[in-house]
Design a protein around this ligand. Structure first.
Ligand code: FES
Length: 111
């Protein structure tokens, strides 16, 4: 079994600017990818507050991303709100050479 089974190629690490998000649609799922201090994070691009698709545009500070609409702040590592409650989905990442792969399960929203 390939170690990349169920993982999708996202982009190269060199295509990401430090602390700036980039948006991709993978398996019909809207994701935001961040590189912070050399570490790659893949999270849902959809803010759970008003379901806006703009997490990738959020300001990054202290390994958190701030939703540009109303400032909800999520930890990139866990996706949780800084207060601890559940926020964004996060996706497992593998880096091979400079290629980023993520295991992005299609998410069905029920709103
Ligand atoms: S839509 Fe993200 S904080 Fe309101």
């Amino acid at each position: 079994m390939s170690e990349l089974e169920n993982y999708s190629f996202i982009c190269k690490t060199s295509e990401l600017k430090d602390s700036k998000g980039k948006r991709f649609i993978i398996n019909n799922t809207d994701i935001a990818v961040f590189k912070v201090n050399g570490k790659i994070y893949v999270v849902s691009n959809i803010c759970p507050h008003q379901h806006a698709s703009n997490i990738y545009e959020g300001f990054v500070e202290d390994e958190c991303v701030v939703c540009p609409l109303h400032g909800w702040t999520f930890r990139l590592e866990t996706g949780n709100l800084t207060g601890g409650s559940r926020g964004l989905d996060t996706y497992p990442v593998k880096i091979i050479d400079d290629k980023i792969f993520a295991f992005v399960k299609e998410k069905k929203f029920n709103w």
